[in-house]
Write a protein that binds this ligand. Structure first.
Ligand code: CA
Ligand code: CA
Length: 304
């Protein structure tokens, strides 16, 4: 090695490597189970040595502060790789709960630099759903995502949104046309979304862990654009993380919404020699047909 021949026994001895200038303090490590040097972070991943990072210190600068919230958010949005330090509550996953944990550390609501979070439960009745809406081919529509949380006060909403072929989120100036609904305040909350591998990851959070108002109703609006050929498909919300200000995480089941472009109204031949009962959509009787939808003898008819 390094151009010098070594015996197999010599290759299992740390002194062989230190004599060649390898650093076993910072970069390399030897373990009982592997008879060759390993990079230290590999040993940490294998669980053979306690990790030397601070849970929550996602950027590894030795402090747990607001920058780490930004770092973890970027990881959740798929903008960078996750690491062990971002798993602030050390439950083996990096998700929205870790942002809540870091926010509570930053705000002094838990003892710095780390305290064990409460046991994570998949219980709770909170769910996300989509308010009924229509979209026509080649047009736009606003989709409202509701949060139903009768039993839990929540501060964070994270989920993946998968749209069917032919539907996409409208962009305005390079940004997704998404907004927080009335249950949140731009002063206290923030919303972002990012397109990952076939789905959009949404993250609505409050860096101060201010609770979301109320227990039901719209939380996020999304402007959707339908291709000219779009006719039907399934909108899916999954991988949902709902987090309470005190770090309890709720994981609702996958939610699916079937959307179908309304079919065109049928053509109706009218016998103009006979009397007809004509109404508009407001139920007012009309003496003559008007542009738009008319109800003739109980049937909807589009008049162009
Ligand atoms: Ca940090
Ligand atoms: Ca975690």
């Amino acid at each position: 090695m390094n151009g010098v021949a070594k015996t197999k026994t010599e290759l299992t001895q740390q002194s062989t490597y230190t004599s060649l200038g390898w650093s076993f303090d910072e970069v390399w490590g030897m373990t009982d189970s592997a008879d060759y040097p390993l990079l230290k972070w590999v040993i940490e991943l294998n669980g053979q040595e306690e990790p030397d990072f601070i849970p929550g210190d996602a950027n590894g600068d030795g402090k747990v502060n607001g920058t780490d919230i930004v770092v973890i958010a970027n990881m959740l949005l798929g903008r960078k790789d996750k690491n062990g330090a971002a798993d602030a509550n050390q439950d083996g996953k990096v998700n929205g709960t870790d942002i809540v944990v870091v926010a509570n550390i930053v705000l002094g609501r838990s003892s710095a630099p780390f305290r064990k979070a409460p046991v994570v439960t998949a219980s709770g009745s909170a769910t996300l759903s989509i308010e009924p809406f229509d979209i026509t081919a080649g047009s736009e529509a606003t989709m409202t995502i509701d949060l139903n949380n009768p039993d839990d006060v929540l501060t964070l909403v994270q989920f993946d949104l998968t749209l069917p072929e032919g539907l996409s989120i409208k962009t305005v100036g390079g940004d997704y046309d998404i907004d927080m609904a009335g249950r949140t305040s731009w002063r206290k909350h923030s919303l972002d979304a990012n397109l990952n591998d076939g789905y959009y990851t949404f993250l609505l959070k409050s860096d101060s862990n201010t609770p979301i108002d109320g227990t039901s109703g719209g939380i996020i609006t999304v402007t959707l654009v339908a291709d000219a050929s779009f006719d039907s498909g399934k909108i899916v919300i999954d991988n949902t993380v709902l987090t309470t200000p005190d770090e309890v995480e709720i994981n609702p089941a996958c939610y699916e919404y079937e959307i179908t472009v309304p079919t065109a109204l049928p053509t109706l031949k009218i016998d103009r020699t006979q009397p007809h009962f004509i109404y508009n959509l407001q139920g007012q009787r009309l003496s003559v047909l008007q542009k738009g939808i008319n109800i003739i003898d109980g049937k909807k008819v589009m008049v162009k």
